[in-house]
Write a protein that binds this ligand. Structure first.
Ligand SMILES: Nc1ncnc2c1ncn2[C@@H]1O[C@H](COP(=O)(O)OP(=O)(O)OP(=O)(O)O)[C@@H](O)[C@H]1O
Ligand SMILES: [Mg+2]
Length: 326
């Protein structure tokens, strides 16, 4: 059976006065029809670059990519007919027009008649709940409304394949949940055949995706169904250690300890504490605690934890997926 998306040794190099930078390094992925496929990776991993190539907005440096069986360079027009792209945080459209007028405009761009577009907007209103703001100007609506509108715009041509680049970026918990619910329904109800979604939230791809590829520094470093990825870490020794927030800056030495395979720190401003999550190579947490205390770090609590999918990245890369580069 033909794959919805296929890339073969895809490479993208960006050149600048500072030199060349490989944003995608031999990426080969295969996305079957009918699934939600997740591309998970930290900032700068290459997710948007890959999506832009697949959406025919950017040329690859080398390698091949097919979308719906069409080559993204040689048959770009064919690809464009069957796809759409929604990017989180983007505000596509004309600010001084209303949401409805913008959708009417995009309907025309895709060659729908006036009445077809009107019907389409009603249908999208049913699906997404647009009625509260359909007649508001685009530059007057909230971030949550904007993301619903952007999704509506992405569905106006009934694409077979929908690219969603960080669809819940910047949304609060409730709005993000609403968007995720819609994404699920799109595929369940057969409205969209295949979705390729990027995110740097493990919980999001875990909830939505049938298959996940983890990308870091332009390379796919792991792939599998969520259960398969979970199996990679089920035997890992994982501890959570709570410390005071003010000691966080002293944790750099953990990187140099052979017994710590990876660690990530989550700060909790309200309680003035931070939680270090560590994957260890042995059960000897005692030594680690002593090392922390030698550094003058007061350990508040220690607990052995069950692995979660997020620990796959921690194990492979040594740091958390949302950790900022210092
Ligand atoms: N037009 C460009 N010119 C030069 N470098 C670029 C360009 N576009 C992207 N890059 C670089 O390529 C790398 C990958 O960027 P990309 O936007 O694909 O990452 P991403 O995974 O989408 O990250 P984020 O989570 O921040 O959206 C980054 O280091 C980025 O700085
Ligand atoms: Mg991006």
């Amino acid at each position: 059976m033909e794959q919805a998306i296929e890339t073969i040794n895809l490479v993208r190099v960006f050149s600048s006065p500072q030199g060349e930078f490989k944003a995608l390094d031999n990426v080969s992925i295969s996305v079957p029809n009918g699934i939600i496929y997740g591309l998970l990776g930290p900032n700068g991993a290459g997710k948007t670059t890959l999506i832009r190539i697949l959406a025919t907005l950017l040329l690859p440096t080398s390698g091949d990519a097919y979308v719906g069986g069409f080559h993204v360079v040689r048959e770009a027009n064919k690809v464009r007919e069957i796809i759409n792209l929604v990017s989180g945080g983007e505000r596509p459209g004309y600010g001084i027009l209303t949401v409805r007028e913008n959708l009417m405009y995009y309907g025309q761009v895709y060659g729908l008649t006036w009445s077809e577009t009107k019907r389409k907007i009603e249908e999208l209103d049913q699906l997404l709940g647009l009625s509260d703001f359909l007649d508001k100007r685009l530059n007057r609506i909230s971030t949550g409304m904007m993301q619903k509108y952007a999704l509506a715009r992405g569905l106006i041509n009934d694409p077979d394949i929908l690219f969603l680049d960080e669809p819940t970026l910047g949304l609060d918990v409730n709005n993000a949940r609403a968007i995720r619910r819609v994404i699920k329904r799109l595929v369940e109800e057969g409205r969209i055949k295949t979705i390729l979604l990027t995110s740097h939230y493990m919980a999001e791809v875990e909830e939505l995706c049938d298959y996940i590829s983890i990308i870091d520094q332009g390379r796919i470093i792991a792939r599998g169904a969520p259960e398969e990825l979970r199996r990679m870490i089920e035997k890992e020794i994982i501890y959570d250690v709570d410390i005071r927030l003010r000691d966080v800056d002293r944790l750099n030495f953990l990187k140099r300890l052979d017994s710590v395979i990876g660690h990530t720190v989550k700060t909790r401003q309200l309680s003035g504490e931070a939680r270090i999550r560590m994957i260890l190579s042995s059960e000897d947490i005692g030594t680690i605690i002593r090392r922390l205390e030698d550094e003058g770090i007061h350990v508040l609590r220690v607990s052995r934890s069950e692995p979660s999918l997020e620990d796959v990245f921690l194990k492979l890369v040594g740091k958390g997926i949302s950790d900022e580069e210092k």
